[in-house]
Design a protein around this ligand. Sequence first.
Ligand SMILES: [Mg+2]
Length: 343
Amino acid sequence: MRDDDSLEVSLAFKAYRRPFAVPVRTSRGLWTVREGIIVRLEDGEGNAGFGEVAPIEAFGTEGFAGALAWCAGMRGRRRVDELRAAARGRMCCAAAVAMALRMLRRVRAAATESAGAGRSLPVAVLIPRGEAAVDAMRRAADAGFRVFKLKIGIGAFAADAAAVARLAERLPEGGRLRLDANGGLDVPSAMRWLEFASEWPVEFVEQPLPADAERDLCRLAEDHATAVALDEAVLGADDIKRWRDRGWPGVFVVKPALAGEAEALLEEIRPDPDAFVFSSALETDVGMAAGVRLAFEAGVERALGYGVAGFFGEDGLGGGLRAPVVSGETVSAIDPARVWDSL
Ligand SMILES: [Mg+2]
């Protein structure tokens, strides 16, 4: 029982469709348009909270069409506990409802203090592959970024590793790399990458094997000095529990927009915040602000994976951090109503 369980809220929503500036490669092929839904929950007194449904089916979430149908079925007034119960099992809808309720709670309480007040977190930036990579990293380093994320496992190992080494040699003081394979390697090539990574300042190799290769992922993580991170293999609290039970010794990348109920997620993170990276699901400012707030609340220290501003054109919906450091105040200043009004 939570204190707002019996509160009645009405749900409204608006769908959006944003083409990527550059198509995103996923395990299911090229992704060209991001579709999502902004959800607005209003109490009877004109207070509103916003959340965002930003599904990524390649990660095993519900699809956009199903989420849209769910929102349509939830339109109108109902109790908060009923809405929460109806969202259960739909990771993105549950995440959106939780975000909106958390904001609504703050608005109703006229809360002035922000999660992360007086604090800040570093931001990791994604560096494009190919010719542009060295210049892109230099520009980002000049702007103050120190954590650079690279996609690996797309080309042959030798060429790919040479390209990564070229960047690693040019890292600024204190700089480090995150290497993300998006589940695309097999065991021998994952081992080669982990051996390679141990010679450079690599924070972790992310999702080297497919999400269901649980035993091999655990073995890789145990056998190598470089940390291994799970991304595609982990959505929310239940997945984290399952991997913990298996003795997972590595890092968890969580995308709050795909993680279901925020409270359950926070509970799993609390015992060991150092093991967690908060990351973008390529959502708008609505989901991003909620996710970064949650990162402050969770007490994580690792760089946030929200340096993804280049994925979209200037359509006013935002969604990526452009600076190397984000403060609690910066996040609190983001107004989700602006995104809602612009749709
Ligand atoms: Mg990833």
